[in-house]
Each structure stands twice: as C-alpha cells, then as structure tokens.
Design a protein around this ligand. Structure first.
Ligand code: SF4
Length: 445
C-alpha cells in the first residue's frame, strides 16, 4: 500500500522569510507521528511531504491513500490538494485541527475525515481502507492514553529545510479555556502526559543540537513537569518550547527547567492590560508581575519569545504603542504579534458570529495576521495598520540591538549564535507582511 502524508503550506512561509526562513522552521511532528502509527502488517510504502520545505508535483504523485493534516489557515490549500488528488482517483483523508472544528466541511473534500487525536483511529482507518470498509468519519474516543506508541518517523522528513528535526511532545491538550484558543475547542480540556521514561528514551535518540518541545501548555501538571525536567538534567541537552508565564511563579520548577537545558520559551502574554486578559479568560496572567517574571526567566538563562494579540474588544488604538513600549522596556528577546482571530467553533467565533461582526470567512486569512472581524474600538484598517506598525517598530535595528544587549543573555555563546539570526528572520517577516494584501492571499489559496 502506498501512503502519502501531506502538510499544506502555512502562511508564514507564503509571506516568505528570505534567507532567514530556515531559522524559523522546525520539523513538524504531525506527519512523522502519523507515519509511525501505520501498522507494520500493512507493509506500507510511506512518503511525507511538507509543502513549506518542498514543492510537490500533484500531477505525478502516486498513492493509494493520502492523508492531509491542516489548520484553519491552510484548510483551503488542503481542500485544493484533496480535490486534485481525488480527481485522479486517489483516496483522501483529511484530519487535524480544522477538520476537527468543522468535520462536515472537510468531508466535502475527503473520502474520510479524522477528528481529534489519531492514535487509535488512524491505524483503524488504514485497515478499514485495505478491506474496503472505509468510513466517512473517525472520531477520537475517550480511551486515549499516550503510552507505548512508537517514536515519530523523523527519518522520513526532508533532510534540509529545517533548523532542527528534533521536535517532540511530552504532553498534549490544555485544561484552560482562553476564548481565542483552538485547543479546548479541538480537544476539550483533557490533559494528556506521556510517561517520562518514554520521553527520555526518545531524547536519547537525538543527536546534538537544539530540541523543540511542541507541547502547547507543558506545565499544567507541575508534579509531572518537575519529574520530567529532573530526569532530563543528566542528558545535558538544550531545548526550547512553549509555556505559560506560570512557569516563573514556581522557582523550583523554573530552576529545574533551566537545569534540564531550557534555553527559550514561547510565552503567551497576549495583552499588557489586565481587563483584556479577563475578557479572554486568561487572567491567570497577571500584568502586575510580568516584569518580575520576565527578569526571572532571563536570570535563569531562558530567552523569551513573547506573543501579544491585538483586537480584543477592550483594545483601543493606543494598545499598539503600549505593547511595543513594554516589549522594548522588558527586553523581550523575540516579540511576536497577532490579530485576534475567531477560529471556527471557538467561543470567540460563536460570540462574534452572533454579534454579526465576522466580515470574512475565507479560511486562508485565518492565519492570525489578517483581520477577519469588525473590532469594537477601532476600524479594521486601524487594526491592520497597528499590527504592521508594531511588528516593524519592534524589529528596527535599534530595537533588536537594545533588546538583545540588555536582556542579560548575550554573554552566552548559545544566544550570541541564535538570537540575532532569529531576530533577523522575524525582521524580514515584519517588513514583508504589509506587501501581502488580502487579495494576494486569496489568489494563492
Ligand atoms: S492559549 Fe495556552 S493556556 Fe490558553 S487554552 Fe490555549 S494552550 Fe491553554
């Protein structure tokens, strides 16, 4: 059986990051995880294509069955690929976040749709396909325990194009319910942890070089996180990942993360206004202690990729400058700005839809850099311009230099090597963003 797995191209790569693009790209884990789940007895010939790093010739592509995983921003691209392949007589399965949010829509372009996590459903689906019993939908059951599954098939990824192939997940899901986030709407509020022993065995397989933990919210079970970080210390690896700011509330946890090799974290600050954090259900973030927590991360040798979202109902046009000033003053190593985006079937979508404030349902614009709803305290144009201004203002040469020189991290060889390159990658992104109007993106789907 010939099985092909495809990840459609994402918007950040469509914008282009020039020669610095590779510095922002790590190997995806979805396709390699799906490849590992393919039962041995199917004796499958498996190929993986990530459109972000290679062009795929769909005219000559040969497969018995193709699996496509898409988020909302890539869903129209996924549908286009699916339609092309089905016209050639190839069976197509669509899964991933968007298909989980809107399974019926995905089904219009696929022979079968997988919702939720695919650990049990994907192997079952492939066996059903082999025996001509393919069902229209495969939904994740309640029985999922993330234990004893094979390691991701990283050997199937293209060798170049990524800054690292060493991507891994220790936990999945998130028990929080931030109103803009797709995770609770996609997977519910269940939280899954893999056995520490299995994570350590997988990490031991990696060669030298930075590891990326892709857990969306890795410290929801603090006892588990401490156990994992303690077990990682002897490996002497360096890693980056995501976390909520709460990692710094617990000094022991922060210290163990640093000792385990943590060098950088993507942290969703989201807003510098406590009122705004309250309306998005993320008021476990406390703006009063942001500065102290940032200092704690930096003092522990951990760089911060700080994420901020614009366009909440409490945001007026001053929000851009207040946020950029905060980033500058606190020396956030790698700022990242997004527009509030009502992903389908999230609480944000349901509310804005009821208020008739969704102005565009072209999913390719749902990439967190385009305004698809009517903001409350500013116009659509002001939000678009403010977003681009914030990106540019934080990636001027002087802002980059100041943030890097004063974060306290730049005396480390690791940061001297990596942070300038990452900042240049984002600078390139910031200065290209404005060139891509909605029309350009629409024509590229
Ligand atoms: S934004 Fe982060 S903390 Fe909030 S629900 Fe999503 S993953 Fe969880």
């Amino acid at each position: 059986m010939k099985i092909v797995l495809i990840l459609p191209i994402g918007s950040i790569h469509r914008f282009g990051t020039g020669n610095f693009g590779k510095s922002l790209r790590y190997a995806p884990l979805t396709l390699t995880t799906l490849a590992a789940l393919i039962p041995d007895d199917l004796d499958a010939d498996i190929k993986i294509y990530d459109e972000s790093v290679e062009e795929v010739n769909y005219e000559t592509l040969e497969a018995d069955i193709v699996g496509i995983s898409a988020i909302t921003g890539t869903s129209l691209r996924a549908y286009k690929i699916a339609d092309t392949l089905r016209n050639k007589g190839i069976t197509v399965v669509i899964g991933g976040v968007h298909a989980t949010l809107l399974p019926k829509e995905a089904k219009e372009h696929a022979d079968s749709v997988v919702t939720g996590m695919a650990e049990f459903t994907w192997p079952r689906l492939l066996r059903d396909f082999k025996y001509n019993y393919l069902k229209p939908f495969y939904h994740q059951g309640p029985e999922l325990i993330l234990e004893g599954f094979p390691m991701a098939r990283r050997d199937l990824l293209k060798k170049d194009g990524y800054v690292t192939h060493r991507t891994i997940q220790a936990t999945r899901g998130c028990p929080n319910i931030c109103d803009f986030c797709v995770i609770p709407s996609t997977w519910g509020t269940s939280y899954y942890t893999r056995p520490v022993k299995e994570i350590i065995e997988e990490l031991e397989q990696f060669d030298d070089g930075p590891i990326v933990f892709l857990d969306p919210s890795p410290i929801e079970d603090i006892k588990y996180s401490k156990e994992l970080y303690k077990a990682m210390i002897p490996l002497k690896k360096k890693w980056v990942g995501l976390s909520t700011i709460r990692m710094a509330y617990d000094k022991e946890l922060l210290s163990l993360a640093a000792q385990s090799g943590c060098k950088g974290l993507l942290i969703g600050f989201e807003s510098v206004s406590q009122n705004t954090l309250a309306i998005m259900n993320k008021d476990f973030n406390n703006t009063q202690n942001y500065r102290e927590m940032i200092t704690r991360f930096h003092d522990s040798g951990i760089a911060i990729q700080g994420c901020f979202v614009f366009g909440f109902d409490t945001d007026d046009i001053d929000v851009f400058k207040r946020t950029v000033d905060f980033v500058y003053e606190t020396n956030i190593d790698l700022p990242r700005y997004a527009v509030y985006t009502p992903f389908p079937n999230t609480p944000a979508y349901i509310r804005l839809d009821a208020e008739e404030r969704i102005i565009d349902r072209n999913w390719s614009l749902y990439d967190v850099e385009h305004v698809v709803f009517q903001p409350k305290k500013m116009s659509v144009q002001q939000l678009e311009k403010g977003l681009i201004w914030a990106w540019k203002a934080s990636y001027t040469a002087s802002s980059i230099s100041k943030r890097l020189l004063f974060s306290g991290l730049f005396n480390s060889l690791f940061y001297m090597k990596n942070l300038p390159l990452l900042n240049m990658g984002y600078r390139n992104y910031a200065y290209t963003l404005h060139k891509y109007t909605n029309d350009v993106l629409k024509s590229q789907t």
